[in-house]
Design a protein. Structure first.
Lengths: 274, 310, 456
């Protein structure tokens, strides 16, 4: 696989530049997090001393331990449920014919477009009527439903592109649809599945509005809600806010780093080669 | 790799006609519905039902406490007649230009480089590119406010290279605040687009690249002939996601400009939030929400058309 | 026939299922323990506040809560903190539930306190007020802001729904060092003096008034203060309480809008002010730039050592006539008792505690202004050893409450006023809206609402 030197160098340069642009504002956040707290100054300046103690301080002030625990519960469960339900749903939409198939697909897709802001209050009242309000289960259920909208779309795309030869070979061998799905198609779907896991996890983790409303009458709170501890009516404690934001973003970053090594690796070869 | 995906199965040695085949098809259909059912039920109960509740509310006036009052189409009439709301929708289109078109363009270029060449420090670079999407807008918004401040770094750099005339209060400028927010959105969404597109590139069999190279194709031809068609479905997905992000970006607007200066960065999602949570008419907010959903639906269907397989 | 590689997939699949079940079980367990903890009764008083981000006040309340607990053995105060925005967004949901907190801070306004009163979500405090003597503790103008008619139509009238423990007011911060450099010796007593002082500053290259409109507060405060300056307290009160057929097209309003526009045109405000949020404006000012800025007493203490902040002085915003002591000021969001609270007597006891004289001293010591000032204000201020601007804030704030007339914020007049003021202000200042059009927009957000209340 020969590539020209110029091509390789340009590629390296372009990607590195893009990464730098991505990171610079975040460095600003880091600098802000190490500043002296309670100055209400939102400019980012290197202060004379680095207040690493801010991280310890915000942990207690915002009760981040409880926030992270709740967020983990919500995100892990919602992600698992989303993947478990999206895979067969995407498979069905891609490989089977049944009445209203396309309508149902569009219906599910529309879930991505529902505006949470107007939906969430009536949803809260509805959930409260059945006892699903002010607890994590209600949040999990909503986040899963939101994740399904994307998950089915995403898995359907994958299954539509999946090599027909695998499916045929499986059928020839008398395999039923379940075996084809689980033993033949899913192994080749690892990058897509992991991308779905990462995305659903990130979305459910960073969602502020849904937990804010769904947990409003109770005592539990998630990571994004914890940041409100530093946002006053007119003034924000930027140092503490930045420190808390970094701490609450770490789990997601770790999840991404761990999984991206798998889903961005080389092509999973095998099934199509003779 | 042709995209001819036939639902059901390729012809198998069985007759297609006759009651046996029909029963076969019905059973296949039932199996399909069976696979779809759990997700569909879940989604219907926890998202669709509330949405239809919200549609019903859009014909009422309700503060969440007192009894609902039926007002028919009044809410819709006042929204369509409101210049503020029409402007907000217009602003969304500008944002789509950045969130979707610009993001996609940059992402595809990057993928072109990342997909087929060896880039050193790949893991770190990819992690860096995804980070903006992961940190909550509440805080990246603050960082960007500082970057774009009148005496902030961006202006400092512009002045340093002699482009003084370009330095301005980006987020406080009537004309430039919306594009500035759009650029912040592009910055945030790039990581998402890359994650999805890279997953797609991984699926392209190397033989296709091999074949292209044997044909003497350079990197650009390779990209156009192999990579781009290969990530078609991922591009469709990224389009859907970025269009919806452009129209559901309440968090970012709230932190950066709060709709200002004036109303130059007001977007529908911001107005919906204001109405639902602060002014308090849930009926009016629901009507705004329904209109927003319809708009997103129409736009997405339109943008997906060219990517639909023939 | 091509060879197909079969792979074992049941293990990861079952592992995933197991994990999901376990997590769901944990979530369910978490749910039940969560809701048990929130049930109030048997010695726990759940107090929901909206003080998130106000570290000073939170510290004071922590001390007060400890004292309340020691005075009431067996009682535990569960002080739940939310940011003001989150509280305002979710109050309605909390109050309408079956298990609300025992004591809740509630935002004022027709769409907040008014709507809750109308919906029967709050407890009428009349009996408790009689029992504890609240009607003599605070002035009638202070209590007025926590009254709302049961039909939601009249603010400032009707039953008492809440009591505020602290109060705040809007004024001018003046940089005395810059002033001395400019030859200015005293704070402005009339609007004319203010304008001439700002003109002097401008001529000398100083920023006359640090300002920012990126978050809408300062625009709303400026409008309120200018209405007050020209039309006196009634101008603002009539608008807020819907009395006297007040409109935003009156000569007073024209004066206010024209003055704001002229100040902008004359360059009295920070250049590029549309880019600055309120806290950044304050930071810009305290870094030493600028002669004046609009401020709330809630911003005290200013960042910096007492030595550094000595040069800042908080004074009243002048009026046209120069007479009378009045300013925009109102109690902080009041403490209320939800109608469904299960601990009403204890809740009332708590409210009484945080608003009594002893607590007032503690608020003062922390630099906040208590709604009920202590008997000997000067001694309290001296013994509190507050930095200079905080002393000004407290002293003048108490003077306002005892001798002067505080008026509410004009945007309380209608739910849509605040967003309209903040967006139309920028357009007025940039010239895309004329003064008449600007006032017309405000009237559009105000008039129909007033009418709907009077008719509906």
């Amino acid at each position: 696989m020969k590539t020209t030197r110029a091509h390789a160098v340009t590629g390296q340069l372009v990607v590195t530049c893009a990464a730098a642009i991505a990171v610079v504002p975040l460095l600003g956040v880091l600098i802000m997090a190490l500043r002296e707290p309670d100055t209400r100054d939102s400019t980012i300046r290197l202060s004379d001393s680095f207040h690493f103690s801010n991280f310890g301080a915000v942990w207690g002030l915002a009760d981040l331990g409880a926030a992270l625990a709740s967020s983990f519960t919500v995100s892990i469960t919602a992600t698992l449920l989303t993947v478990l339900l999206s895979v067969p749903a995407g498979y069905a939409l891609a490989h089977f014919r049944f009445p209203l198939r396309n309508t149902l697909f569009v219906l599910l897709l529309a879930g991505l477009m529902l505006p949470n802001e107007s939906l969430i209050i009536p949803l809260y009242f509805d959930f409260r009527a059945v006892g699903l309000a002010d607890n994590l289960l209600g949040v999990i259920l909503v986040e899963t439903a939101l994740g399904l909208a994307f998950g089915t779309f995403w898995m359907r795309s994958f299954f539509r592109e999946a090599s027909p030869e695998i499916v045929d070979a499986g059928r020839m061998d008398g395999a039923n649809s379940f075996v084809i799905l689980v033993r033949l198609l899913l192994p080749t779907a690892v990058p897509q599945l992991l991308a779905l896991v990462v995305l659903t996890f990130v979305w459910s983790w960073n969602d502020l509005l849904v937990p804010l409303v769904m947990l409003s009458g109770g005592r539990q709170f998630t990571a994004p809600m914890a940041l409100a501890a530093f946002q006053g009516q007119y003034a924000t404690d930027y140092a503490y806010l930045a420190a808390a934001a970094i701490l609450t973003a770490l789990p997601v970053v770790v999840v991404y780093l761990v999984l991206q090594r798998s889903f961005a690796q080389g092509i999973t070869s095998g099934a199509t080669k003779g | 790799m042709t995209s001819s995906l036939i639902a059901g199965s390729r012809p198998v040695p069985r007759s297609e006609a006759g009651p046996d085949a029909r029963g076969q098809r019905r059973r296949t259909a039932l199996v399909g519905i069976g696979y779809l059912a759990p997700a569909l039920l879940f989604y219907a109960v926890f998202l669709l039902v509330p949405f239809f509740h919200s549609v019903y509310l859009s014909f009422c006036s309700w503060d969440g406490i007192s009894p609902k009052r039926w007002v028919g189409l009044d809410n819709y009439r006042s929204i369509m007649g409101s210049a503020q709301y029409r402007d907000a929708f217009a602003h969304s289109f500008v944002l789509i230009g950045f969130y979707t078109i610009l993001t996609m363009a940059v992402a595809l270029v990057l993928v072109g480089f990342l997909g087929s060449t060896k880039v050193r420090g790949m893991v770190l670079l990819r992690a860096a590119l995804f980070l903006p999407y992961v940190i909550t807008p509440v805080v990246t918004g603050v960082a960007w406010r500082w970057l774009l401040a009148p005496d902030g770094p961006v202006n400092a750099v512009l002045r340093a290279v002699g482009l003084d005339g370009w330095a301005r209060a980006w987020l406080g400028d009537f004309d430039w605040s919306l594009p500035s927010v759009g650029l912040i959105g592009t910055w945030m969404l790039l990581g998402l687009a890359l994650v999805l597109l890279i997953a797609g590139v991984q699926r392209i069999p190397p033989d296709l690249y091999e074949a292209a190279r044997l044909d003497g194709a350079g990197p650009v031809r390779e990209f156009l002939a192999v990579t781009l068609p290969g990530v078609r479905s991922e591009v469709a997905v990224v389009t859907v996601l970025t269009v919806t992000a452009a129209l559901r970006n309440f968090d970012l607007i709230y932190v950066t400009t709060q709709g200002g200066p004036g109303s130059s960065t007001e977007v529908p999602s911001f107005l919906v939030y204001q109405q639902a949570f602060f002014v308090g008419d849930l009926g009016l907010a629901s009507a705004m929400g329904v209109l927003l959903t319809l708009l997103i639906l129409v736009l997405t269907m339109l943008t997906l058309r060219p990517w639909r397989k023939g | 026939m091509p060879k197909i590689r079969f792979r074992r997939h049941f293990t990861p699949l079952s592992a995933a299922l197991l994990a999901a079940t376990l997590t769901l079980a944990a979530a369910a367990a978490g749910c039940s323990s969560g809701s048990d903890a929130e049930k109030s009764g048997g010695g726990t008083l759940v107090v929901q506040n909206g003080l998130g981000g106000s570290t000073g006040l939170l510290a004071i309340y922590q001390k007060l809560n400890q004292q309340f607990e020691s005075e009431n053995p067996g009682v535990k105060v569960d002080f739940v903190t939310k940011s003001f925005d989150d509280l305002a967004a979710t109050s309605k949901l909390q109050l309408s539930g079956s298990n609300p907190p025992d004591v809740v801070q509630v935002n004022r306004g027709y769409q907040a306190l008014g709507a809750f009163a109308k919906g029967g979500l709050l407890t009428d405090l009349a009996d408790y007020a009689k029992q504890y003597g609240w009607e003599t503790r605070q002035s009638s103008s202070q209590l007025q802001l926590n009254r709302h008619s049961k039909d939601g139509k009249l603010m400032g009238d009707g039953p008492l729904w809440g009591l505020d423990a602290t109060t705040a007011w809007i004024g001018l911060l003046m940089n005395t060092e810059v002033a001395t450099k400019l030859g200015i010796t005293a704070e402005p007593k009339t609007i004319q003096e203010l304008e001439s002082q700002m003109q002097t500053a401008k001529a000398a290259g100083e920023i006359p008034m640090q300002f920012g409109s990126a978050s809408g507060e300062l625009a709303a405060w400026l409008l309120s203060e200018l209405l007050l300056a020209q039309g006196g307290p009634e101008a603002v009160q009539n608008l807020v309480f819907h009395k006297g057929d007040a409109t935003f097209t009156s000569p007073t309003a024209v004066f206010a809008a024209t003055t704001m526009k002229s100040w902008g045109d004359k360059g009295f405000f920070t250049p590029d002010w549309t880019a600055y949020k309120t806290d950044q404006v304050l930071a810009n000012f305290t870094s030493g730039k600028g002669l004046f800025t609009l401020t709330s007493s809630r911003f005290m203490p200013l960042a910096g050592t007492p030595e550094e902040t000595k040069k800042f002085k908080m004074v009243f915003f002048p009026s046209v006539s120069g007479q009378g002591v009045s300013a925009v000021g109102a109690g902080d969001i009041p403490w209320t008792i939800p109608a469904k609270s299960k601990n009403k007597d204890l809740a009332a006891k708590y409210i009484d505690f945080v608003t009594n004289e002893k607590s007032a001293e503690q608020f003062l010591a922390g630099g906040a202004i208590p709604s009920k000032p202590p008997a000997d204000v000067e001694t309290a201020i001296t013994s509190a050893n507050l930095p200079a601007p905080s002393q000004d804030a407290v002293r003048n704030g108490i003077k306002l409450v005892s001798d002067g007339t505080p008026v509410p914020y004009v945007d309380w007049g209608a739910p849509e006023l605040y967003p309209v003021i903040s967006s139309s202000f920028d357009k007025l200042m940039s010239g895309s809206l004329s003064v008449d059009d600007f006032l017309g927009q405000l009237q559009n957000a105000y008039g129909p609402f007033v009418k709907s209340l009077q008719e509906g």
